[in-house]
Design a binder for this molecule. Structure first.
Ligand code: MN
Ligand code: MN
Length: 281
């Protein structure tokens, strides 16, 4: 179906992979629109080596510098808790094999179980979170597992070192208070300037909600929030940071709202550049 710029190798032939793509076609925790379940298929579809090469802007070659495989999609059930356990199981399996997961969402609710699986193995874990929204609601519409809540849950688990949130422009007072109380680091769009140059001491997990990007660059999301990052600004933050990236998710791609696959292409570009940094820090 796809080949990630020609870098993808068959999973069955490469148990010792370095990077493992894990699809999570899950959108039942979306508060507004469904569609993010189509995200993994959309990213895979645009990533063909007939259009892209496997070399990143920073000089990593995904086809030569490591082994990239596709685990396929996590099998989901009607029951969210059962689905969350399946997500944790998939990430555990990748980490146990000594590889780094690249998770294709799905709505942002998937980050909670994915990061829980990291927390079983890596403590403290720093997190760099790109999003228009802080996703720090205690609950939304009575649901504590909503895609508006994953970072509240993750902070409560107690194994997060730093949580750095970039691209914010739809915060609420309650989320602002929670962030202050817990020492979260916020880079809001209104103060963005040239963007932060970040350095992380602990292993770093990157969670990339595509609605951090301006809808002009990424219309294929459920919650379009104008005034966001350009693709280039997001890449600059990622390319300039110092740290060892151990995992990535890219979430909230809604192909139903993505004319000409613009957002899927942006998602692929972000994945490619971060994947290169995961192989060559
Ligand atoms: Mn989000
Ligand atoms: Mn968001």
């Amino acid at each position: 179906m796809t080949d990630f710029g020609g870098a993808l190798k068959p999973f069955k032939d490469h148990p010792g992979a370095d990077l493992v793509i894990v699809g999570i076609p899950f959108d039942t925790k979306s508060s507004y629109l469904r569609g993010a379940a189509g995200g993994p298929a959309a990213v895979r579809a645009v990533s063909t080596g007939r259009c892209y090469n496997p070399e990143t802007e920073l000089g990593a070659d995904l086809a030569r510098d490591g082994i990239l495989v596709d685990y396929g999609d996590v099998e989901l059930s009607e029951d969210p808790e059962t689905s969350f356990e399946a997500m944790r199981r998939a990430v555990r399996a990748v980490l146990a094999a000594g590889a780094k997961p690249i998770v294709l969402g799905g709505d942002h609710a998937v980050t909670y179980p994915v990061v829980q699986a990291f927390g079983e193995k890596i403590r403290p874990l720093d997190i760099l979170h790109f999003d228009a929204h802080p996703d720090l609601y205690d609950s939304l519409d009575g649901d504590r597992l909503s895609h508006a809540c994953p970072f509240r849950r993750v902070v409560e688990e107690g194994f997060v070192g730093r949580l750095v949130q970039v691209g914010l422009r739809a915060a609420t007072e309650a989320q602002r208070d929670f962030a202050r109380e817990h020492g979260l680091e916020w880079f809001e769009m209104k103060d963005f300037g040239e963007g932060p140059r970040l350095a992380f001491a602990n292993p770093l997990y990157v969670s990339f909600d595509l609605d951090c990007l301006d809808p002009a660059f990424a219309p294929g999301v459920s919650h379009r929030e104008p005034g966001g990052l350009t693709v280039r600004q997001a890449l600059s933050v990622l390319q300039n940071l110092e740290g060892r990236i151990v995992g990535l998710d890219v979430v909230e791609l809604n192909p139903v709202r993505d004319p000409a696959n613009i957002t899927a292409s942006a998602a692929f570009k972000i994945i490619k550049e971060v994947a290169g940094r995961m192989l060559r820090p």
